[in-house]
Design a protein around this ligand. Structure first.
Ligand SMILES: [Cu+2]
Length: 163
């Protein structure tokens, strides 16, 4: 076995072990750990009440949609959820807010002159805990140091080899 092959596989082995450790230390976000939000959303000409809904990423959201005057609709951007609600007959929409960001919900049934302005906003806060970010940074720095250390060693070996 050539020396360079040994050096390379050694480096790959370290990279692999670090990656495995990193995956152990940094667990993937669990969708099931979120809270459940029951939200009653009333649609009327020409607004939703509440006009803004705030949840955390991974939360289960159960929206009870009502219409207090005419037939309205509900369409949630980003999640592609859609329903139609008639006065007196409430509708349930249930989903897990797994995407972080701001998503507009809008009326999906033409309910009158100001229908295009019937827009609300769902805010989904990212729930990456602080320690998880720290672990990621430590993992990256350790990996970089090991890499630099290994490449320094290899260049020394190269120098020795050419002499
Ligand atoms: Cu409408």
């Amino acid at each position: 076995m050539h020396w360079w092959f040994a050096a390379r596989s050694w480096r790959w082995l370290i990279a692999f072990v670090l990656l495995a450790l990193g995956l152990l230390v940094v667990p993937l976000p669990k969708v099931s750990e979120g809270a459940t939000h029951h939200i009653t959303l009333d649609a009327k000409q020409f607004e939703f009440a509440p006009g803004r809904v705030h949840v955390n990423q991974g939360d289960r959201v159960i929206i009870t949609l009502t219409a207090s005057d005419v037939v309205h609709g509900f369409y949630l951007d980003g999640y592609g959820l859609e329903t139609r609600v008639e006065p007196g007959v409430s509708q349930k929409i249930e989903f897990v807010a797994d995407k972080a960001g701001k998503f507009r919900y809008r009326c999906a049934v033409n309910c009158g002159s100001l229908h295009p302005f019937m827009i609300g906003e769902l805010v989904v806060d990212s729930n990456t805990p602080f320690w998880r970010a720290i672990a990621l940074v430590l993992f990256a720095v350790t990996g970089m140091l090991v890499y630099l250390w290994q490449s320094g060693k290899t260049s020394q070996e190269v120098t020795h080899g050419t002499i």
